[in-house]
Design a protein around this ligand. Structure first.
Ligand code: WQD
Length: 342
């Protein structure tokens, strides 16, 4: 079975992708430095797929270790690269940490594969679009000036891949631009595991509902949207994981768009914060304690994806709706209450 390297494979999206790779007949191999995830996730993955994935713990910023790993693992035919720092707010406070971690890890990987044929799926983000001029946003929309160092690392990384593909013929890249990943595996054995106070909406909602947080603050109710709150394209993390398997398959077939291509990975539907809260209350049966407060600096007002290209060329579409996103997120939060991880 083809061996696929999953960097950041004990993280939120990485762990779900490890499960879907196994389900699709691949052998996932994980590298993770556990800086933003927990080793117990390996046990959880094993409970789901019945085997413990091969795991290597080291930092991809260590060039010698990356080179040694690549030399010792010639059977790896593809890479899905999740490992990166990804907190928007933290990136504003610590830009050098973000530029160092996100670029050194990527460039060490690319350098280690010079001259070797490799299929490479990159974890990018809709954040590269900024506030789109028109909606839904397509892959050909202009990339706007990044609103954070985190977003800038995604934009520059995409340029690195495109220029690397143009200069060398051994790399085959796909960048997946995620919208807002939410939810958890149906087993409720893996899910989002924020460290400290959650920055993202869904874990803050579920932690409020379970009683870990006193209340949720909706960041802004006076935007130019139907109900005044921001709109996002929330996508179930399992659908997102399956998009990575589809990307590996496309690269194995020889991606028709040459050495570098990019796809939106969303549902094509936008939900406001207040609609997301209502959907959570309906799916969980829990009344949520929230207030509408001031806007959060740097928030995009509304963004949702045009997913035509992904459907027609990647051969993938999201299948799970907002109810399953909310129900699975709530089931995971309840699991964590009885089975704390970390
Ligand atoms: C969603 C909406 C908030 C928390 C970021 C990154 C993106 C990706 C996902 C990594 C916004 C509102 C949130 C809260 C709120 N990250 N909100 N109260 O900012 O759309 O995207 O995370 O890949 O790249 O940019 O996600 O979940 O933080 O916010 O009202 O306590 O929920 O204002 O409108 P965001 P988010």
């Amino acid at each position: 079975m083809s061996k696929i390297l999953v960097t950041g494979g004990t993280g939120y999206i990485g762990s779900h992708t490890v499960v879907e790779l196994h389900n699709a007949g691949y052998t996932p191999v994980i590298i993770d430095n556990l800086s933003n995830s927990n080793i117990q996730i390996l046990d959880q993955i094993e409970k789901i797929i019945g085997i413990r994935p091969e795991f290597h713990q080291f930092d991809l910023c260590n060039e010698a270790k990356v080179k040694a790993f690549v030399q010792e693992n010639p059977a790896i035919s593809g890479i899905i690269h999740f490992a990166a720092s990804k907190a928007v707010g933290e990136s504003v406070e610590k830009p050098l940490k973000y530029y160092h971690n996100n670029f050194f890890s990527l460039i060490n990987l690319l350098n280690a594969y010079q001259g070797k044929n490799i299929n490479f799926v990159f974890s990018s983000s809709c954040t590269v679009y900024g506030e789109p001029d028109s909606l839904p946003v397509t892959e050909s929309a202009p990339v706007k000036k990044a609103a954070s160092p985190y977003g800038n690392t995604k934009q520059i990384a995409e340029e690195i891949l495109e220029e690397t593909a143009g200069a060398y013929n051994n790399y085959n890249f796909i960048a997946l631009r995620y919208f807002n990943p939410v939810g958890a595996h149906a087993s409720a054995l893996i899910g989002e595991l924020p460290i400290g106070v959650p920055q993202n909406l869904l874990p803050f909602i579920t932690q409020t509902a379970i009683g870990k947080r006193e209340k949720l603050t909706v960041f802004g109710g006076d935007y130019d949207t139907p109900d005044g709150s921001c709109i996002r394209d929330y996508i179930h993390v399992v659908d997102l994981a399956k998009a990575h398997v589809a990307a590996i398959r496309l690269l194995e077939k020889g991606n028709p768009n040459g050495g570098y291509d990019v796809f939106n990975v969303g549902t094509g539907n936008g939900y406001s914060v207040l609609e997301a809260i209502a959907a959570f209350e309906k799916a969980s049966g829990q009344k949520l304690n929230y207030v509408v407060g001031p806007r959060r600096e740097g928030d995009i007002i509304q963004v949702w994806g045009d997913v035509t290209k992904s459907s027609e060329q990647l051969g993938w579409r999201a299948e799970l709706g907002i109810d399953e996103m909310m129900a699975s997120a709530w089931a995971w939060e309840k699991y964590l209450k009885e089975n704390p991880i970390g």
